[in-house]
Design a protein around this ligand. Structure first.
Ligand SMILES: *[C@@H]1O[C@H](CO)[C@@H](O)[C@H](O)[C@H]1NC(C)=O
Ligand SMILES: *[C@@H]1O[C@H](CO)[C@@H](O)[C@H](O)[C@H]1NC(C)=O
Length: 322
């Protein structure tokens, strides 16, 4: 079809070379994507595990960093408790995606994370595609930011899904979603197997996506899972207007978290099925061509330059601490 159009266009040029034919512009991809990742409060429990953490106040679980690195991206921390908030907001003009991780937040984190969210929306409104990924608590916070009820949209301690692998139940044809459609019919594997790892007591009930006007107009729920008592929680959602995606389950642990008492699957099938989500997010980040001014500036902002890597002997695993 394209070839035919091109030939006929050439034929026209041949006849009267007034309007030179222009090929459609190729999308230029950014093959040096950098992801801004929010840090979270370092707990006393974590600090007690290593003297190296004595002066540190926030952290990122390394598994989240490794998951996007394995997709070809690098990670810049967005430090939630930096008193110079403008320095953190300024990073959003240089990164190519923003990620909200699982774990614990708190009041100060909530304020910071919402500021980041609103700024990312402004950037997208200015026609710069800046994607967001949210995992577990990150999923929940994205819902909270948009919900008319705010934090009231979250069902706290409502689920028995702490350390469990479940299948997804698609609410819509996966081919109609942005998150699953690239897989074609292969998306059914998530419905037929226990491929998604859950580690949460809180969650968002499916009905909230109908009854809460703010949430309903911002996010489309695409799948649910059932907890051990048969209660449904939304497992994946995507923004209606923006390149924002989130899962209640954890796609970053299969390759990287080996704490012996947790039920994270490490077989090849689980790893293949879960690394898809990091690859998907980083593919969206490649649409964004923002950058730091130089390689030196990239390096100066990366987790490896700004944080220290500490191995915790717990489920949290390795962390970057700031
Ligand atoms: C998924 O896990 C449940 C609970 O352990 C089990 O009953 C079911 O057979 C599993 N499904 C598959 C396809 O492995
Ligand atoms: C961004 O990237 C995704 C995945 O590579 C693609 O499907 C989408 O159309 C792109 N969006 C824009 C606005 O370029």
């Amino acid at each position: 079809m394209k070839a035919v159009l091109l030939l006929s266009a050439l034929a026209i040029i041949g006849k009267c070379d007034t309007n030179p034919f222009e090929l459609p512009r190729q999308q230029t991809f950014n093959n040096r994507p950098m992801i801004g990742m929010l840090t979270q409060p370092l707990t006393e429990d974590m600090k007690a595990q290593s003297p190296l953490l004595a002066t540190k106040t926030s952290f990122i679980q390394a598994s989240y960093v490794q998951a996007v690195e394995s997709a070809g991206a690098r990670v810049v921390p967005l430090i939630y408790d930096n008193p110079d908030i403008n320095a953190e907001m300024a990073k959003l003009d240089h990164v190519n995606g923003v990620q909200y991780n699982g774990g614990d937040g708190g009041a100060e984190y909530l304020v910071f994370s919402k500021k980041i969210y609103n700024r990312v929306k402004e950037i997208n409104d200015a026609q710069i595609s800046l994607p967001i990924w949210g995992t577990c608590m990150g999923f929940q916070y994205l819902a909270i930011f948009e919900a008319t009820q705010g934090e009231g949209v979250l069902s706290e301690n409502a689920f028995d899904s702490n350390d469990e692998n479940y299948p997804l139940k698609f609410l819509v044809d996966p081919l109609s979603t942005r998150l699953f459609s690239p897989l074609g019919y292969g998306a059914q594997k998530y419905a037929e197997n226990n491929l998604t790892y859950n580690h949460h007591h809180d969650g968002i009930l499916p009905y909230q996506f109908d009854s809460d006007q703010g949430l309903k107009s911002a996010f489309k729920p695409t799948s649910i899972s059932l907890d051990n008592q048969g209660r449904s929680f939304v497992a994946s959602m995507e923004s209606i207007k923006y390149p924002f995606f989130a899962t209640q389950f954890h796609p970053e642990k299969q390759q990287y978290v080996f704490y012996p008492t947790v039920q994270v699957h490490h077989d090849k099938t689980a790893i293949d099925a879960n690394r898809y989500f990091g690859d998907f997010f980083v593919a969206w980040a490649r649409n964004n061509t923002q950058s730091f001014a130089s390689y030196d500036e990239e390096v100066a902002n990366m987790v490896q330059s700004t944080g220290i890597l500490v191995m915790l002997k717990s489920y949290t695993g390795m962390i970057y601490a700031f």
